[in-house]
Ligand binder design. Structure first.
Ligand code: MLT
Length: 269
């Protein structure tokens, strides 16, 4: 579907019925990242899968600068505007990496809209000085060389070692997904990630059932980060950690059945 929501045009998939499951892609991805989960989980839940502002089909050559978000708060508010548009009060929010940073911002700003939380291949801490400097270099690359160059620079860490050897189709899918994004959307998202706050206190304030997922070959947000996050949730969230064997940073597309299974188990719980 595609519609004007608030001040911008949003594209999203809406599949299934029942409780809402809102999927949030990472950087520099689009909603096709969650294709397997949308297909497989729509028998269990209403899967809402948007392209974030400026990404995927929520972008277009004729769209102006308002079509770029520069903070995780702005992305979070966009998601709530979409829930409002769809007349959905509460959703389980499932974010991967940057999608996780956005989900944590959404909790800070709109906790009453959550039914549950799933954090995949993400981290609670803010960027280190070194990472902030690397964001600056990537912003320059996006501006001067474009999305294909950003994709080439991201690819090595984006997918796990097993995927590189055995799943060339996934490597190609991820390369194409990253290379087709708008450079100004990449710049806005890089600024948003660079400037995001530390979310460790946020995790201590979560009150809804929570699942953490991580690929055991994730080198961007490694399993130790996932375990550190899980330890921060209050006991009442019954937070569990699922480690996905043979998956890197984009576990949901590298080992789609395993991630879908983990989410399905969580929904049944
Ligand atoms: C992502 O996958 O969203 C990014 O790799 C996250 C990051 O760079 O911190």
């Amino acid at each position: 579907m595609i519609a004007t929501v608030g001040d911008h045009t949003v594209a999203w998939d809406d599949a299934g019925t029942g409780r809402a499951l809102l999927f949030v892609h990472g950087f520099p991805h689009d909603r096709t990242l969650w294709a397997h989960q949308r297909r497989a989980l729509s028998s269990l839940a209403r899967c809402i899968v948007p392209d974030l502002r400026g990404f995927g089909e929520s972008a277009g050559a004729t769209f102006g600068p308002a079509h770029v978000a520069r903070s995780v708060d702005a992305f979070a508010d966009d998601l709530v505007a979409l829930l409002d548009h769809l007349e959905i009060d509460r959703a389980t929010v499932c974010g991967l990496s940057m999608g996780g940073y956005i989900a944590m911002a959404m909790w800070r700003r709109h906790a009453d809209r959550f039914e549950g939380l799933i954090l995949c291949d993400t981290r609670a801490g803010a960027d280190s000085d070194e990472t902030r400097a690397a964001r600056g270099a990537m912003i320059d690359k996006a501006r001067t060389e474009g999305a294909a160059a950003v994709a080439a620079a991201q690819l090595d860490k984006m997918v796990g070692a097993s995927t590189k050897v055995a799943r060339r189709d996934v490597v190609e899918t991820m390369t194409a997904m990253m290379a087709r994004q708008r450079p100004d959307a990449l710049v806005g998202a890089l600024e948003a990630m660079r400037d995001r706050p530390d979310s460790r206190e946020t995790l201590r304030s979560i009150t809804v059932p929570t699942l953490v997922i991580v690929g055991d070959e994730d080198v961007i947000t490694p399993p130790a980060e996932a375990e550190a996050m899980r330890a921060l949730f209050p006991a009442t969230t019954m937070a569990t950690l699922e480690t996905i064997p043979g998956a890197g940073h984009v576990s949901c597309i590298e080992r789609p059945s395993a991630v879908t299974h983990a989410i399905s188990d969580y929904l049944h719980r």
